[in-house]
Design a protein around this ligand. Structure first.
Ligand SMILES: *[C@@H]1O[C@H](CO)[C@@H](O)[C@H](O)[C@H]1NC(C)=O
Ligand SMILES: *[C@@H]1O[C@H](CO)[C@@H](O)[C@H](O)[C@H]1NC(C)=O
Length: 331
């Protein structure tokens, strides 16, 4: 009967706070990968990658779930046949979907190396671009800082000035504008991505996705590992969290000129690591990396020894109206 106690407790706290979210899923430890499906699919972004299934990933130790650390990596041992498939890697997608929720990613290390293109993101692939896409962590070829980006169908734009610490790029989120650039916000510090992120012990990325209640918005927060400002409920994996208490986000996507409920649906959480392809390949020349991207990926397996994610945990919280909580608590 413990769940009942927790629910009643949270309804009490819900009363005291503004807009709390309650823990739904704690993804950590040996069962980390139970939360996901492995997607052994062709890369939609044309990368030099071969996404493997779960059995292969486990056999090759590309995925490994320990007690304090869950690893997702690419192969770093094999020289590739230039006419054969790309470098073995992993793409996983949450079995569950979420509408209004908060996702807290405690990341200790992210893939680094020339040609790498890692991402932590959300979308509903079967209806894309309807339903929207949110890139929480994404970058290529070790180029810091991180950027958070929305991609939508037509009719969703962001105001030029808004309450965030990051720097906006394009403000039209429409995927048809500028080859699906999306509306992105660059993070203010280099320790938000790649080698500087890893050198600093990682950090916490948090997505606040409030798309079906008023006010609707999308927010992305980030705290580096050594931050003095990271909320206690984030570091300690609280049962209840409230993004309203965390101050100015790094990226703020308000509903001023974007009907969130219309442009954003339920989402899966997706984690992928590809190489080269439409983005990392196209800008490879400008990133100070040697040779050409595909040759580099084919011929230098040891350059990918650090091409791995290490998650301490992922926690997903759902929004619950106070009345809902009480109803659940009593039944
Ligand atoms: C990986 O993630 C990005 C999201 O940032 C997405 O655009 C891309 O299609 C994904 N690549 C693969 C291979 O799934
Ligand atoms: C698999 O990977 C984990 C995490 O990197 C590592 O601790 C472990 O020793 C590896 N196992 C083998 C058999 O290589």
């Amino acid at each position: 009967m413990r769940p009942t106690v927790i629910l009643l407790l949270s309804s009490f706290t819900a009363h005291a706070l503004g807009a709390p979210y309650i823990i739904s899923d704690t993804v950590a430890g040996p069962t980390f990968f139970d939360f996901f499906d492995f997607q052994a699919i062709p890369d939609p972004t044309h990368g030099r990658v071969n996404y493997v299934d779960q059995a292969t990933a486990m056999a090759q130790n590309l995925t490994f779930a320990g007690h304090t650390s869950s690893i997702i990596r690419a192969d770093f041992k094999t020289v590739l046949d230039p006419n054969g498939p790309g470098r073995n890697s992993v793409r996983i997608r949450s079995k569950k979907t979420y509408t209004t929720h908060v996702a807290v990613f405690d990341v200790r290390h992210m893939p680094q190396g020339c040609g790498t293109w890692p991402a932590i993101w959300e979308t509903k692939e079967s209806v894309w671009p309807n339903g929207g896409e949110i890139d929480i962590v994404e970058g290529v070829n070790d180029q810091s800082p991180n950027a958070a980006t929305l991609h939508t169908n037509e009719g969703c734009t962001m105001p030029a000035y808004r309450d965030q610490t990051g720097t906006s790029g394009q403000n039209d989120c429409n995927w048809l504008v500028n080859f699906n650039t999306g509306c992105g916000v660059k993070f203010p510090t280099t320790n938000s991505y790649g080698p500087p992120f890893n050198g600093n012990g990682g950090g916490w990325y948090v997505l606040g996705y409030a798309v079906e209640r008023a006010p609707t918005y999308i927010k992305v927060f980030f705290w580096p590992r050594d931050s003095r400002f990271v909320p206690h409920e984030v570091t300690h994996g609280g049962i209840i969290i409230d993004t309203d208490n965390w101050g100015t986000p790094i990226a703020f996507f308000p509903d001023t000129s974007c009907d969130m409920a219309q442009h954003f649906s339920e989402h899966n959480i997706i984690i992928n690591l590809t190489f080269c392809g439409d983005w990392a390949g196209n800008v490879y020349d400008q990133s100070g990396c040697p040779g050409t991207c595909v040759d580099f990926v084919n011929n230098n397996p040891s350059a990918f020894a650090n091409a791995y994610f290490d998650f301490s945990s992922i926690r997903v919280y759902r929004y619950a109206f106070r009345s809902t909580i009480i109803t659940e608590g009593l039944t």
